[in-house]
Design a protein around this ligand. Structure first.
Ligand code: NDP
Ligand code: HSE
Length: 441
């Protein structure tokens, strides 16, 4: 058999330790699939003394010098599962420029500055693979960057964060509030000690940028993505969604559109939204991920599976390692980044969406007309209006009523301005819930 393909593994935490395990358990099969055995040349970590359990690896392979490891002549492929922007960016640029292919799960870096990595890969004639960076185990990026390259993707809608999907699913199932559901997610090990990146939508926004870049052949960064997390979603919002035959999900939505002059654009956003229970994404529960792709010729495609966790993520990493190792042995490289379309990213205010708004109002003649007038002034068309007793209590008590209004599609800026004006109306006691609605509810 050919001489071994040697890996530098950067990071041996949740994902890295499962990469080591799978490399060990499947070494014979992997060697047969590649045509050469895979060997770990070294493993860079932060703490040499950390207890790593019964990891099936020679302790002498560990080092705290990632750069030294990358530069070694006997390293062919660099696998980065550390995370963060720096020093990871410096390491990967060094590897790629030196012609060493890189496999990474680092969504934060790819979304912040993927361009630098792609440029370094082109410069060094190396492969850059990152399947594990979005939706963990789900084969999604390869289909977008290879299988669907003959098609035109119009829209990608996804649940790409497991922690928030677990929290929203728990709120939906039990009626719990956000804080209570977050506590459960933390106890079960889904949410990290600092859950900010997940619950504030940063993690999903990074994944949205990666998906949009691949789907639309355009460089989209995390800064281009409109982002709202789920911390403001209340038990009342969830109940309101249920009353409409909907559920609330944190969605990432990347879509083609056109600006006022008819030029093609893309919009990329992450926010909680109500979707009808009949939507394919509505049944995605627990910490699962799913991504719904709409393409011109292929039609609707759904990708579903485990989006996080050591073993599922390591599965995606190893799939990339096999591909990269095969390319190396064949003396070829994958097609480089495709960003030729270079479409402008539209601001959120121009994104077309729908709102579900609940208001507590004074229950007297003329109120509906005053409320409807606000929508008309902002050129937002109302789809449905429902009136009931305020606070959802028994009818006929008190002088307040609850109005639940669902709009037709309108620019987000017009919808936001409508809500702002409603908040200032003397007859509006409070705006109790504002949620975007997606998927034909
Ligand atoms: P962990 O925090 O569990 O592991 C990080 C590893 O990197 C540890 O082994 C740590 O060393 C090492 N490390 C940290 N800083 C340095 C440094 N300066 N030099 C050398 N080594 C360092 O992270 P995860 O395994 O959870 O995540 C890794 C990557 O995978 C991230 O990019 C993450 O976004 C991504 N990812 C993770 C998923 C998951 O479910 N966990 C899912 C999809 C992607 P030590 O062991 O000594 O502390
Ligand atoms: N924190 C992420 C999630 C891990 O909950 O989905 C996977 O990227």
């Amino acid at each position: 058999m050919t001489s071994p393909v040697r890996l530098a593994l950067l990071g041996c935490g949740t994902v890295g330790s499962d990469v080591v395990r799978l490399l060990h358990e499947q070494s014979a099969d992997l060697a047969a699939r590649i045509g050469a055995p895979l060997e770990i040349a070294g493993i860079a970590v932060r703490r040499l003394g950390r207890d790593r359990g019964d990891l099936p690896v020679d302790p002498a392979l560990f080092t705290t010098d990632p750069l030294g490891l990358i530069k070694r002549d006997d390293v062919d492929i660099v696998v980065e599962v550390v995370g963060g922007i720096e020093p990871a960016r410096g390491w990967l640029v060094e590897a790629l420029r030196a012609g060493k292919s890189v496999v990474t799960a680092n969504k934060a870096l790819l979304a912040e500055d993927g361009a630098t990595l792609h440029d370094a890969a082109a410069e060094g004639g190396a492969d850059l693979y990152y399947e594990a960076s979005v939706a963990g185990a789900i084969p999604l990026l390869r289909p977008l960057r290879e299988s669907l390259h003959g098609d035109r993707i119009n829209r990608v809608t996804g649940i790409v964060n497991g922690t928030t999907n677990f929290i929203l699913s728990a709120m939906d199932a039990t009626g719990a509030g956000f804080a209570e559901a977050l506590e459960e997610a933390t106890e079960l090990g889904y949410a990290e000690a600092d859950p900010t990146a997940d619950v504030e939508g940063f993690d999903a926004a990074a994944k949205a940028a990666i998906l949009a870049s691949l789907a639309f052949h355009t460089r989209v960064t995390a800064a281009d993505v409109y982002r709202e997390g789920i911390t403001e979603v209340t038990a009342a919002d969830v109940a309101s969604a249920k009353a409409m035959g909907c559920t609330i999900k944190l969605l990432c939505i990347a879509a083609r559109g056109a600006d006022a002059a008819g030029r093609e654009t893309v919009s990329v956003r992450v926010h909680p939204a109500m979707i009808p229970l009949t939507h394919p994404l509505a049944s995605v529960g627990d910490a699962f991920n799913a991504v719904f792709v709409e393409a011109e010729a292929a039609g609707q495609l759904m990708f579903y599976g485990r989006g996080a966790g050591g073993a599922p993520t390591a599965s995606a990493v190893l799939g990339d390692v096999v591909a990269v190792a095969r390319n190396r042995l064949a003396g070829v490289h994958a097609a480089s980044e495709s960003a030729y379309a270079d479409l402008p990213v539209r601001p959120m205010g121009e994104a077309l969406t729908r709102y579900h708004i609940s208001l507590d109002v004074t229950d007297r003649p003329g109120v509906l007309e005053a409320v409807a007038g606000v929508f008309a002034r902002h050129e937002v068309s109302i789809a449905t209006v429902r009136q009931g007793p305020a606070g959802g209590g028994p009818a006929g008590r008190g002088e307040d009523a609850e109005l639940v209004i669902v709009t037709h599609v309108a620019p987000d800026a017009a919808l936001a301005a409508t809500v702002q004006e409603l908040r200032g109306l003397p007859i509006v006691r409070s705006v109790t819930s504002v949620l975007r609605v997606e998927g034909g509810a």
